[in-house]
Design a protein around this ligand. Sequence first.
Ligand SMILES: NC(=O)C1=CN([C@@H]2O[C@H](COP(=O)(O)OP(=O)(O)OC[C@H]3O[C@@H](n4cnc5c(N)ncnc54)[C@H](O)[C@@H]3O)[C@@H](O)[C@H]2O)C=CC1
Ligand SMILES: CC(C)CC(=O)C(=O)O
Ligand SMILES: [Mg+2]
Length: 359
Amino acid sequence: MADVKKIAVIAGDGIGPEVVAEAEKVLKKTEEVFGYRFETEHGLFGGIAIDEKGTPLPEDTLEMCRRSDAVLLGAVGGPKWDNNPKELRPETGLLGIRKALGLFSNIRPAVIFDCLKDASTLKPEVLEGTDLIVVRELTGGIYFGEKLRREGENGEEAVDTCVYNVKEVERIVRQAFEIARTRRKKLASVDKANVLETSRLWRETVNRIAPDYPDVELEHVLVDNCAMQLLRRPSSFDVIVTENMFGDILSDEAAMLTGSIGMLSSASLGEGSFGLYEPVHGSAPDIAGQGIANPIATILSVALMFRLTFGYHDAAAAIERAVKEVLDAGHRTGDIAVDKSSAIGTQQMGDLIVAAIRQ
Ligand SMILES: NC(=O)C1=CN([C@@H]2O[C@H](COP(=O)(O)OP(=O)(O)OC[C@H]3O[C@@H](n4cnc5c(N)ncnc54)[C@H](O)[C@@H]3O)[C@@H](O)[C@H]2O)C=CC1
Ligand SMILES: CC(C)CC(=O)C(=O)O
Ligand SMILES: [Mg+2]
């Protein structure tokens, strides 16, 4: 009998609980089909935790994550908390959990399902063959540097500080080289070395490490050019490695290559096998509560969990195959439907995928 794997579930706000509910159905189905065993525990996180416990990341939620093998996260945030002070913002909880669990590496694959080429705003011939991974540094940079407000010569000023040390750059870049080695052996390191000192340190570090990976073809791309090349020649990218904020922005852009941000899964990893798995999208307050969000990003995040944390490659492949089968059969949520009148809801999409999971 398989070990029981502990999964901490923190659904969060907005569409978070809606898409996580579908991912939990997928967990249950893979238990039935493959005999794997999961024990899930639920915790408050984000805006809902602020409302109920006065903090976005309650200590018991963090403890629950620490005693688990993996975390499944929905999304946090919403207009209700947008004007709160920093400590009482859902997003502060998100940054906090990543830091507290040492999850420095965020892996965001953007793979195009052939049948969804019409759903993208780009021409199908531009998208042909696109299969890339954004490897985003997740616990450093400007999101974590010192922030302050002060009185300047011209009135109130705000300061955000971007700091990276060599160790932080080295560990993420090595991981990206290793990932590239298992794929098409191409790595694009994205920075703004023509302007930023942190980017110059980033580039020097990449160049120092590169000789250890002679089999991987390395290119340095400035972030503004990368944003443009992602739309011009997306299929030429294999692995993109970049710092926290650039990775946040470029991965939302990469999402649109796949048709919708509702399709993009992610894994946040540290040194060991423990990982936090979440869709790339946010809490989508504009569609929350309507039952129309696309659950595929969260469901594909479960497949990533199976592959990267548990080594359940058979179940991961079964989930990915089920998603493809359902899409190939023409089922679409509103975000990926060309004909919006035929769109199905979150639960219907989840049920179809669950029904298609088999050995
Ligand atoms: N990891 C997280 O928890 C993240 C949280 N956020 C937070 O989420 C809130 C909303 O942020 P936005 O900038 O609007 O980004 P968002 O990703 O929530 O939404 C952007 C657009 O994409 C659509 N969308 C997102 N996910 C979808 C899905 N699964 N199916 C169909 N459509 C989907 C939304 O309806 C919206 O029009 C903010 O409070 C933000 O701070 C944003 C990004 C990540
Ligand atoms: C909400 C932010 C803190 C993070 C974000 O946008 C992301 O991780 O994609
Ligand atoms: Mg983002």
